[in-house]
Design a protein around this ligand. Structure first.
Ligand code: IVH
Length: 705
């Protein structure tokens, strides 16, 4: 291929991949097989490597390879990015209508548009020659930050526009994080011992401020476009016409939009949207009411803060006032102290609430929450109750500032806050509270499956000093344990027969395979699937001490570029397991196992049927599925497949359940993995169709989109 051909081919590939990204990520209507997409992607990577001079700054490959930057340049917005006037009462909306009647030119006629007010970060996108050249945050409205590199990683944003789009175009909209993406991101940050975000909006803003686009690329961000920018939007008579054009040009637009002839009709749509607002994939903090006829915008004008042709209506937050009776501090399995608010029971959004999370010491301090205070209770993300402010005017002199315990409330041991962590931890490895939770985990159904050992029995065994380490279960006198009092609230009750059942379950646990034991120990970062991956690479438990395989995973991670291989074990997990066995506790644990004569083995799985429908196929399950993951894992194995915890070059299928992040699927595709949905998996497994998931649908107005 000569240079001219290479340039042409690169251009064609960029256009074709961008077109298919749009079909896949914005319209959810892929038209080519995944393998075909992957082939083009690989070809583009290879050609760009050979001809770097022809690499397009908007190439789809940039999304995963942008270099970190030093800081953000400033961008001046022309015209400024204004805000919206807010109102909270229906009466305010009627007044808005009256205001328009007064201000609009005589004889003018208009319609209303109702849209969700998405809680994210407002953003301007600039296209020159139909190519994305700049993305900027709102900032103070006049000047914002140039976050182009970060925004390029967002798949639902078109990088190039079709020929019928204006050559110079600026559009404005909202970058947001879905609720589900937010929950997953926080879970991952939490697992890694890092600070979590308060809500999806903070997570979105925080992600856009990162200096390394590679990390941004892993954040589940999306964008909808809802407003004209300074260029290319003048020709539209109506807002709805403009939005329809944005949609045609490949932008994601609001999934719900209604037009109304009268303010009364508009208000009824605002109510309708309010009733369904918790069913959207993203958080909505209100509705936006706009005049549809853009010709009136100039006539109506704007204040320095906001246009006169629109209003934001904020839904009444679902909140209730109550009294904080006490703050209890719970100690988790890894020693993390979690403060919990004990409240005067109160009804909130349909349920009676008496406890709420306070997250951590910082949250209590920043809101100055004190025992005895009257507080506002809200449903955070409308699911978990949280305290949202103190009614300081009701505070009496007796109410003193809350002091977070400086020692563990259970064992009195030292509490430390590790660098960069919000969480305070009890670092006493002998802390009974930690031991109780570890014991409960150790006996859990997916761990050693000692079902008679629930939370309460774990508490009693530790309290009575019968168990000082989880392995003590293997030397308990279960016959004597029959007379243990396990009654509650002063009513005595004997453990009885259950003690013998527990003995049998403990005996059976000796023979459980390596992965179950590894999970049972509760090493940070070692969940069930990770434990299975690690177990698959080791013969027996005692091989984990100083494991060469785990060391190789860590060493491989330190390699650069092409030298780095994709290994089936996560590096954090490998480090964590090595550290466990290196610790004094790990060494003692191993020694005790030796004394007990327990050395769990790798499970020799029944040989996968060689002629099964998934024979030899590596499969990774992700997202929300209608059956528990373990069930699908079993079915896949019965069909000859191999379940993996993360996508590697050996993964044939990524089974993407509801709400799977686009980054995950894109990464999988780049590695040659086919991305399939649950329906397709069920077809491959020869199962009936899954029941429809019980989530509210985002509404799409047929005529427009
Ligand atoms: S129109 C001149 N439409 O709300 C500003 N804004 O509180 C016109 N927002 O800064 C904005 N959803 O970030 C508009 N459907 C929507 C919106 C929306 C969210 C944000 C936007 C704006 C803020 C004002």
């Amino acid at each position: 291929m000569n240079a001219t051909d290479a340039r042409k081919r690169i251009e064609w590939l960029v256009a074709e991949i961008n077109r298919n990204d749009r079909l896949y990520y914005v319209e959810a209507k892929p038209v080519i097989p995944d393998a075909e997409y992957d082939r083009m992607y690989e070809e583009l990577i290879a050609l760009e490597r050979e001809y770097p001079e022809f690499k397009d700054p908007n190439s789809p490959t940039v999304r995963v390879s942008g270099a970190p930057i030093d800081g953000f340049e400033q961008v001046r917005h022309d015209p400024p990015m204004k805000s919206l006037d807010k109102c909270y009462e229906k009466g305010d909306l009627l007044q808005f209508d009256a205001f328009l009647r007064r201000e609009a030119p005589a004889g003018a006629n208009w319609h209303y548009v109702v849209e969700p007010k998405i809680d994210g970060v407002s953003m301007s996108l600039l296209y020159e020659d139909r190519k994305l050249v700049r993305a900027a945050t709102r900032g103070n409205g006049a000047v914002g930050d140039d976050v182009t590199q970060n925004v390029r990683t967002i798949r639902s944003i078109p990088k190039t526009l079709p020929a019928d789009a204006p050559p110079l175009l600026e559009v404005r909209g909202e970058v947001y994080m879905t609720r589900d993406g937010f929950a997953k991101l926080n879970a991952a940050l939490d697992e890694a011992g890092r600070d979590t975000f308060m809500n999806p909006r903070n997570a979105c803003a925080g992600s856009l401020k990162l200096l390394d686009p590679k990390i941004v690329a892993t954040r589940p961000l999306d964008m909808v476009v809802y407003n004209a920018g300074g260029s290319g939007c003048d020709g539209f008579a109506t807002h709805t016409g403009m939005i329809a054009a944005f949609a045609r040009w490949g932008f994601a637009v609001s999934p719900w939009l209604r037009t109304a002839d009268t303010i009364e009709e508009a208000i009824s749509y605002i109510d309708e949207l309010g009733a369904m607002r918790h069913g959207f994939r993203f958080e909505i903090d209100g509705a936006v009411l706009k005049v549809d006829e853009r010709a009136l915008y100039g006539e109506l004008g704007a204040t320095s803060h906001s246009p006169r042709w629109a209003r934001a209506y904020k839904y009444a937050p679902e909140r209730a006032e109550t009294v904080l009776k006490a703050i209890t501090v719970q100690v988790g399995r890894s020693g993390v102290l979690t403060p919990v608010a004990e409240l005067e029971p109160v009804e909130l959004a349909g349920s009676v609430i008496s406890r709420a999370t306070l997250h951590n010491a910082d949250q209590i301090a920043s809101q100055d929450i004190r025992v005895g205070d009257h507080v506002w209770l809200v449903k955070a993300g409308d699911v978990i109750p949280a305290i949202d402010g103190v009614l300081k005017e009701k505070r009496t002199a007796k109410i003193v500032p809350y002091v977070f315990p400086s020692s563990c409330p259970v064992c009195g041991g030292a509490v430390v806050r590790l660098d960069g962590e919000v969480a305070a931890r009890c670092v006493n490895p002998g802390c009974p509270a930690q031991l109780q939770r570890r014991l409960e985990h150790f006996a859990g159904r997916n761990a050693l499956d000692i079902t008679t050992l629930g939370g309460r029995i774990a508490d009693i065994l530790v309290e009575k000093g019968l168990v000082k380490d989880v392995l003590d279960l293997f030397s308990l006198d279960y016959v004597a344990l029959q007379s243990l009092d396990v009654g509650e609230d002063g009513a005595p009750r004997k453990f009885g027969r259950n003690a013998l059942n527990m003995r049998d379950a403990v005996a059976a646990a000796r023979r459980l395979p390596l992965d179950r034991w590894l999970f049972a120990i509760g090493i940070p970062g070692v969940g069930q699937t990770v434990a299975r991956d690690i177990a698959a690479e080791h013969e027996k438990f005692s091989d984990l001490l100083g494991s060469e395989v785990l060391k190789a995973v860590v060493a491989n991670d330190a390699r650069k570029g092409a030298e780095r291989r994709i290994l089936p074990i996560k590096v954090e997990a490998a480090k964590s397991v090595l550290a466990f066995f290196d610790s004094a506790y790990g060494a003692a644990f191993l020694e005790r196992m030796r004394e007990l004569g327990i050395d769990p083995r790798r499970e020799e799985r029944a040989p996968a049927p060689a002629d099964g429908p998934l024979s030899g196929a590596g499969c990774v399950l992700t997202g929300a599925l209608s059956l528990p993951r373990q069930e699908y894992a079993k079915l896949i194995e019965q069909a000859g497949g191999v379940v993996q915890s993360a996508v590697t070059s050996k993964t044939r299928y990524l089974i993407a359940g509801a709400n799977t992040g686009a980054t995950k699927t894109a990464k999988a595709k780049a590695l040659g993995t086919e991305v399939i949905d649950e329906t397709r998996l069920r077809q491959l497994l020869g199962l009936a169709e899954a029941p429809a998931p019980a989530v509210a649908k985002d509404y799409v107005q047929g005529s427009l989109f």
